[in-house]
Design a binder for this molecule. Structure first.
Ligand SMILES: [Zn+2]
Length: 454
């Protein structure tokens, strides 16, 4: 789950410890031995797989699974091996389970910035450039756009598009904006991977008034542009009905997390057990479950996304590699490791009213102990804060299933999001319920309505 930029949630968390009675939802074999059954039960979601996968992904040696970092790569390698073990096939067009794509990182080192003949001190300018060697001055044609931002303007909003420069621009910012200017400088200094190759243009922000006469300036800098390959891990379980080959059902979660944070009590690894080792585990456990059942008429696509936390670039790339019209539903699974506010054996669905996907799942869970509920936190905008949003914007009934009590989740994006905080029996029940409620969708009996594109 991504943070809403600039918004920090402070709340107390009440942790309920509730005994979960799974009533046959976990494993299957234990119950089968206790009760006489006439027919051999179909294999359920494996509690052992759930525990092994979530513990592996959230272990300290995964170093918080940051995209493009060794820990993230290690997590991807592990997921590739899991898809191999289960017996999935590569996505058509790929030769293995890695769906790789480039992202970029640009670091600009200014050498000299002068305006109107005077050197501008470092704390009074911000330079963003996509030009490896910048030697820019007022004689150059075409001359830059010049923008002024007044004391009352929303600096952050005005500036955002200029931080990925598509034209040479110089911005003079009223000194009343000094505080916001500092925030922009911090944001630029921390900027990491981005999906688009930097274009050969520059933006210079100067804190101060524009000179009265003709603008004279000189800017020299070097910019180091690095390409980093990231990868989603994608596997397919082909459908049994060849007439439904164009009706894919996607199960997804993001395997990346936020990496290393400032240490708290000697711990600096943001393990991301709930966010989103739990959802990635669901993807693996469901792949195994559906492979064993071997009754899916529609093709099933299992995806572990990279780069959710840094902007959803993995989901964006994935959505560009297949026609959205061929995806009949997306089950995106995000933070299902702790009990939902509705109690054990419940989960909620974001964007509940945007298609009938949620109502279908509710209907399909009837007669079981499990309940799907509409997202109880619409003000959190969760529908747009996870990887379902990219395909949803293209019309796919793509929703996120979660249990997280996000307004009061103190472990969210902290070093304490660890396996010990998860309720694994309840998590297994959630995964089982998703597998069962998905049955009429993967068989082709049900097709959720499309989301109206934006
Ligand atoms: Zn997150």
């Amino acid at each position: 789950m991504r943070k809403i930029r600039g918004k920090i949630l402070f709340c107390a968390m009440v942790k309920a410890i509730v005994l979960v009675l799974l009533l046959g939802l976990s494993g299957g074999s234990v119950c089968a031995q206790k009760k006489p059954v006439k027919q051999p039960a179909a294999p359920g979601v494996s509690a052992a797989t759930v525990e092994r996968v979530v513990r592996t992904l959230a272990a300290d040696d995964m170093l918080g699974r940051a995209s493009g970092q060794p820990g993230g790569e290690k997590a991807a390698d592990f997921l590739v091996a899991e898809f191999q073990r289960i017996g999935l096939e590569p996505l058509p067009g790929l030769t293995d389970f890695s769906q790789s794509f480039p992202v970029y990182e640009a670091h600009t080192k200014p050498i000299l910035v002068s305006v109107d003949g005077a050197v501008v001190p470092a704390e009074r300018y911000v330079l963003v450039s996509g030009q490896p060697k910048l030697n820019w001055m007022h004689y150059d044609e075409p001359s830059p756009r010049v923008i002024t931002i007044g004391a009352k303007d929303n600096l952050l909003k005005e500036i955002r598009p200029l931080l990925n420069p598509q034209a040479n621009t110089i911005v003079f910012v009223d000194t009343a904006q000094a505080k916001a200017f500092k925030r922009v400088a911090g944001f630029v200094a921390r900027a990491g991977l981005r999906p688009d190759k930097p274009a050969p243009f520059s933006t210079l922000l100067v804190l101060g008034a524009a000179p009265a006469g003709p603008l004279k300036f000189l800017v020299t800098a070097t910019t180091d542009i690095r390409t980093v390959m990231l990868r989603n891990v994608v596997g397919v379980l082909p459908g049994l009905d060849k007439n439904r080959a164009q009706e894919q059902v996607v199960f997804s979660g993001h395997y990346d997390h936020i990496g290393i944070l400032p240490a708290v009590a000697g711990d600096s690894i943001a393990n991301g057990a709930d966010d989103d080792a739990s959802g990635t585990t669901a993807v693996v456990a469901l792949a195994e479950y559906f492979k064993q059942r071997h009754n899916n008429a529609r093709p099933l696509v299992f995806v572990a996304f990279v780069a959710e936390e840094i902007g959803g670039f993995g989901a964006r790339y994935f959505s560009q590699q297949l026609p959205p019209a061929q995806v009949v539903a997306m089950f995106n699974i995000e933070m299902i490791g702790k009990q939902a506010k509705f109690g054990p054996n419940t989960a909620f669905i974001t964007g509940f009213d945007k298609s009938d996907f949620g109502r279908l799942l509710q209907q399909n869970a009837q007669g079981s102990v499990f309940r799907f509920e509409p997202d109880p936190y619409p003000e959190q905008n969760l529908f747009y804060r996870s990887d379902n949003a990219t395909l949803a914007r293209l019309g796919v009934p793509a929703h996120t299933i979660s249990t997280d009590q996000i307004p009061t989740d103190k472990l969210y994006h902290s070093v304490n999001d660890e396996v010990e905080s998860l309720d694994l029996p309840n998590m297994t029940a959630v995964i089982t319920a998703i597998g069962r409620a998905a049955a009429p969708i993967i068989s082709g009996q049900q097709t959720p309505t499309r989301i109206v594109g934006e």
